[in-house]
Design a protein around this ligand. Structure first.
Ligand code: UD1
Ligand code: UDP
Length: 360
């Protein structure tokens, strides 16, 4: 019976690629199911192409909807898929609705769940991702953590420590695996940016869904753009709201379509600073040593802050914090956080192989 991976969104693809590649070398039978939560070519296909992911065995084509509708549609489609494929274990990634739906369906079908990126906690239940993470961790039999803080959260929540494996960060495997082929100069030129520029990504509901929040974000970015030209690849969520709030008219702001992985990471690598509310981008900037200003009041990735590259900022703090970052007063160790070394995929594959020997 196969190991079945469920992916559905951009961050899932980046995390799953090294796990699938590492398991392939063990000869293990694998099935890849794409839920279709992200479906635009720029949000999905480009990652499969650039990251060497295999074609999905199935694309469930679920698409967008309210949380209830999307999660329900994901569950109905996944129930049929998991029943037909009868996998030995289901591997889920991160904290998106596809992750929760897959874990819930598998648990109800008595199929064990392995969770990659377990134990992250923002302690903010207003974030849909925090709800998803907590539930998925409770439903999982094998839990893979990216940091010792995450291990601590799981143990405090009563998860048996024998089921928790501190393996490092597969998203960083993908980054380190592509580092040599990143081309910041070409990416910058393709976007018409000056030599010194920043990169911005915003898509958290708290920052973009409400027109007033979008206006506040655009106000903060306008002040920031007075210091530094900003490349802003717009996630489809909130793109319209940010435009309506006037982002396109801000001098120094370069609005872009969502970028492919290679183009995006090339731009980030060459950036003087990054402004974001993304989870993954906080981690990638940590390893690249690029100053990151996170427009949020919490982070589930505190190691990026203690490491020295990331800082949480309120809107009114953004421009002064950017100024500080640009004069070079942000310092961080050359080495990334523990086990963010590009070998998380093989560690996960090793644990899963041992698990299969006992349960497969
Ligand atoms: C989802 C995740 C979020 C993650 C983000 C990564 C949940 C609850 N949220 O948010 O944690 O950070 O992915 O990128 O799972 N849309 C398109 N094209 C697409 C996909 C979406 O236009 O290919 C638009 C649709 O209008 C949709 C909206 O974006 O309603 C939001 O998409 P959805 O998948 O619900 O959540 P994200 O905001 O992408
Ligand atoms: N990313 C990309 N192009 C973009 C924006 C992001 O390739 O235009 C990549 C980047 O590696 C990032 C990952 O997609 O870490 C996940 O991004 P996102 O911010 O959408 O999700 P989150 O990590 O917040 O869940």
């Amino acid at each position: 019976r196969p190991v079945l991976h469920v992916v559905g969104t951009r961050p899932n693809f980046v995390k799953a690629a090294p796990v699938i590649a590492a398991l392939r070398t063990t000869g293990c039978d694998q099935v890849l199911v794409h839920t279709g939560q992200h479906y635009d070519a720029r949000m999905s296909d480009v990652f499969f192409r650039q990251l060497g992911l295999p074609e999905p065995d199935t694309d469930l084509g679920v698409g967008s909807g309210s949380h209830a509708r999307q999660t329900a549609d994901l569950m109905v489609a996944l129930e049929a898929e998991l029943t037909a494929r009868a996998p030995v274990i289901v591997v889920v990634y991160g904290d998106v609705n596809s992750t929760l739906a897959a874990a819930l369906v598998a648990a109800k079908l008595s199929i064990p769940v392995a969770h990659v990126e377990a134990g992250l906690r923002s302690f903010d239940m207003a974030m849909p991702e925090e709800v998803n993470r907590r539930l998925v961790d409770q439903l999982s039999e094998v839990l893979f953590a990216t940091s010792s803080e995450a291990v601590g959260h799981l143990c405090r929540e009563g998860v048996d420590p024998a089921r928790v494996h501190f393996v490092g960060n597969p998203m960083i495997d993908t980054l380190l695996g592509h580092l040599d082929r990143l081309d910041p100069a070409a990416a910058r030129a393709a976007c018409g940016l000056p030599e010194r520029y920043g990169v911005v990504t915003l898509h958290r509901p708290a920052n973009v869904d409400d027109p007033e929040a979008a206006r506040a974000a655009v106000g903060a970015l306008s002040e920031a753009a007075a210091h530094l030209d900003l490349a802003v690849p717009l996630h489809p969520r909130g793109g319209a709201a940010l435009r309506a709030a006037g982002l396109a008219d801000v001098p120094g702001v370069h609005l872009l379509e969502p970028l492919g992985y290679m183009e995006f990471m090339s731009l980030v690598r060459g950036a003087a600073a990054v402004i974001t509310d993304s989870g993954g981008v906080q981690e990638e900037t940590t390893v690249l040593g690029v100053p990151c200003l996170t427009l949020r009041s919490t982070t589930e990735r505190p190691v990026t802050v203690t490491h020295g590259t990331n800082r949480l900022v309120r809107h009114e703090e953004l421009a002064p914090a950017l100024h500080k970052a640009l004069v070079g007063s942000v310092t961080a160790p050359a080495e990334g956080p523990p086990l963010w070394d590009g070998k998380a995929g093989p560690r996960i594959a090793r644990v899963l192989t041992q698990w299969l020997e006992h349960h497969g």
